[in-house]
Design a protein around this ligand. Sequence first.
Ligand code: COA
Length: 184
Amino acid sequence: MTIPPRIETPRLVLRRYRPEDAPLLKEAIDQSLERLQPWMPWARMEPTPLPQLTERLATFAANYDAGTEWVIGIFDREERRLLGGTGLHRRGPAHVLEIGYWVRTGAEGQGYITEAVDAVRRLAGLVPGITHVRICCDPRNLRSAAVPGRLGFVCLGVATADPDDDRAETATWESAVVPGDGAS
Ligand SMILES: CC(C)(COP(=O)(O)OP(=O)(O)OC[C@H]1O[C@@H](n2cnc3c(N)ncnc32)[C@H](O)[C@@H]1OP(=O)(O)O)[C@@H](O)C(=O)NCCC(=O)NCCS
């Protein structure tokens, strides 16, 4: 069993990106840079020209199909507006997938990310050998930490990535997945 290319949740469509999503993604990222850049290292490299972003989305789609990582767009139910992004990444122990997420400016505070992460956690259960998902975030990023807190993840602790830099801290949150549960 593999992760399906598209699922629906009560208010959202979560799906594999397509190269032709590049204009929607660019508009969402470019309008959200001020909020994303403090917390998302990739956002500090933005804005990306449209042709490069199109290529990146083709790579995301290929990786999704190969089962190496799953970068997922969060769309409204009509798939006309990109509300943010999430994904499952192979980082850390072999039985764990890490969930990342961001929401576009203007779509915060409506529970979209909590709804998406709950569904993505269930999708992780479809990947053979995966028993847990993790969320890693800077403990100062209170809005981010609230997402796993709301979904009942357990905080495993806070680690200092670089002992010489006491600002670089990462809190790790973990949740079990139900094997083969998927998303309904
Ligand atoms: C982290 C981030 C995604 C959180 O966004 P968010 O909008 O707070 O998260 P959600 O979409 O889950 O919304 C939760 C809020 O909606 C409210 N809400 C409204 N309807 C809701 C519903 N149906 N279900 C759940 N929450 C709902 C919640 O009460 C909460 O608001 P509050 O914080 O005022 O209590 C966002 O701040 C962001 O993109 N930050 C920059 C990127 C980033 O830091 N990513 C994470 C890196 S680790």
